[in-house]
Design a protein around this ligand. Structure first.
Ligand code: PLP
Length: 395
């Protein structure tokens, strides 16, 4: 293949998606066709160090042998099975997930994405409490379906679709007094992230998160934790709630749960009412395929002690990044584990583009934050390569 036909391959995929896609994705100039571990390869065979993990879903990187094996084996066995009938993979996954969840979360609803998990949690909270109010946080992101979007804060996502679900209010994140004031008698749920991801990589304080949980108990609202981005070792613990000893009534999970296969889950605590027959459902949710891959993901996470590895690699990464705070355009570096935000004094998008040109995939988190969200299996050498590039484009 000569240079011209090579570059035409990528360009033509990009052009086709721009022409035939829905038009609302800010599509970039690269077409990825293959991945291995934390590396991605474009249609021209160029190698990239991935610090995006497809927005956190590719927790075990790409083409992980355990996932490939589980997926192909289950595809030959039984791909689909409605939850109306029991299934070996689903039953085993429910039991295995229950085993690693914090005490008190006894039942699980399996679905297909983060926004579906949030949507379900909001419905379960309303069914339980009979109260329509929901308190969420400024800069919070919970998804884009109408219920989840009502909890999401950013006006640019919300306003075009108003009116949204009534009863949602947003208080400043990490401000317990504001939460106390907003938690009136008609509030059935408080929904928070342990670390705000899309909103700029902002870890919440133990005082705020524990205080929010206590206030919910006091006032009869359910405490909903959105661990869609932080769950499954992203922050150096299996669940980020472990950093603060939190005990949510509803725990929402997705992204890394099945190593890249679409899946979500809500874990339900004892304060959640028995859910009446037919009150919720999902055609695809909890398919044997998804459950088989989720089982392989969880097994790999536990066998390889990925939580400890992420804690270690994350600590190293922060040390490595710390000197970058001396660069004039860098305002602050924040994060937990392998969820890292470099806040700039200017827009982050041009730097993210320059990184892509240098073979590093990074993400934004709001207008001024450059986010690193690599596959959890990334090696130090790969991270070093990425950080060197970050240093060079920022300096
Ligand atoms: N909640 C959080 C914290 C998220 O980061 C996201 C997605 O980025 C969602 C919910 C929505 O998940 P999904 O895109 O799978 O619907």
């Amino acid at each position: 293949m000569n240079e011209t036909t090579r570059s035409n391959a990528s360009q033509s995929f990009v052009a086709t998606e721009r022409e035939l896609g829905p038009g609302f994705f800010a599509t970039r100039e690269v077409a990825f066709v293959r991945g291995a571990g934390a590396l991605l390869f474009d249609a021209e065979g160029r190698r990239y160090v991935d610090c995006g993990a497809a927005y956190g879903v590719a927790s075990l990187g790409y083409a992980h042998p355990a996932l490939v094996e589980a997926l192909t084996r289950q595809a030959r066995q039984l791909g689909s099975c409605t939850p109306v009938f029991a299934n070996d993979q689903r039953a085993r996954y429910l039991a295995e997930l229950r085993e690693v969840l914090p005490a008190g979360l006894e039942r699980m609803f399996l679905c297909n994405s983060g926004t579906e998990a949030i949507e379900a949690a909001l419905k379960f909270a309303r069914l339980t409490t009979g109260r329509p109010g929901v308190v969420a946080c400024m800069r919070g992101f919970h998804g884009r379906t109408l219920g989840a979007l009502s909890a999401t804060w950013d006006r640019k996502y919300r306003e075009p679709f108003a009116p949204l679900v009534p009863g949602f209010v947003h208080v400043p994140y990490d401000d317990l007094e504001a939460l106390r004031a907003a938690l009136t008698g008609d509030v059935g749920a408080v929904i928070v992230e342990v670390v705000q991801g899309e909103g700029g990589v902002r870890p919440g304080s133990a005082e705020f998160l524990r205080g929010a949980e206590e206030l919910c108990r006091e006032r009869g609202a359910l405490f909903v934790l959105d661990e869609v981005q932080t769950g499954f070792c992203r922050t150096g613990k299996l669940f980020a709630l472990e950093h603060h000893g939190l005990a949510p009534d509803l725990l929402c999970l997705a992204k890394g749960i099945a190593g890249g296969f679409p899946m979500g889950a809500v874990a339900l605590g004892a304060r959640v009412a028995a859910l009446p027959l037919g009150s919720h459902g999902s055609t695809f949710g909890g398919s044997p395929l998804a459950c088989a891959v989720a089982r392989a993901t969880l097994r790999t996470i536990l066998e390889e002690d990925l939580a400890a590895r992420v804690a270690d690699t994350g600590a190293w990464l922060f040390e490595r990044l710390r000197p970058l705070e001396r660069i004039e355009r860098v305002r602050e570096i924040r994060g937990l584990g392998l969820l890292v935000g470099i806040e700039l004094r200017e827009r982050s998008a041009p730097f993210i583009e320059r990184l892509l040109e240098r073979g590093v995939v990074a993400l934004a988190a709001g207008p001024t934050v450059l986010r690193l969200l690599p596959p959890l299996v990334i090696t130090r050498d790969e991270l070093e390569e990425a950080v060197t590039a970050v240093e060079e484009v920022l300096a």
